[in-house]
Design a protein around this ligand. Structure first.
Ligand code: SF4
Ligand code: SF4
Length: 73
């Protein structure tokens, strides 16, 4: 007993990179809707393209819903 609990001992937190959205620069038109929508201020528009700050992003995917061109996944 005490073992075989699904191997959850290491589940203190998901790997941070797992939930950070990807911006498709081919689709991004730099409108800034994602940056406005992000509750954590994790998106900046740089050179006309959205850039996610991985240190601030919480992986909520609000930005993906806000993007009119479907550039964020
Ligand atoms: S997933 Fe959430 S926190 Fe991360 S950039 Fe998008 S809106 Fe911001
Ligand atoms: S909402 Fe979409 S198209 Fe607009 S800046 Fe963000 S990623 Fe680019």
């Amino acid at each position: 007993m005490g073992r075989g609990m699904g191997g959850g001992a290491g589940f203190a937190g998901a790997p941070p990179t797992a939930t950070i959205p990807t911006v498709d620069v081919e689709k991004c038109v730099g409108c800034g809707e994602c940056a406005k929508a992000c509750p954590f201020g994790a998106i900046e528009i740089k050179d006309g393209k959205a850039t996610v700050n991985a240190a601030l992003c919480r992986g909520c995917k609000v930005c993906a819903s806000a993007c009119p061109t479907g550039a964020i996944s």
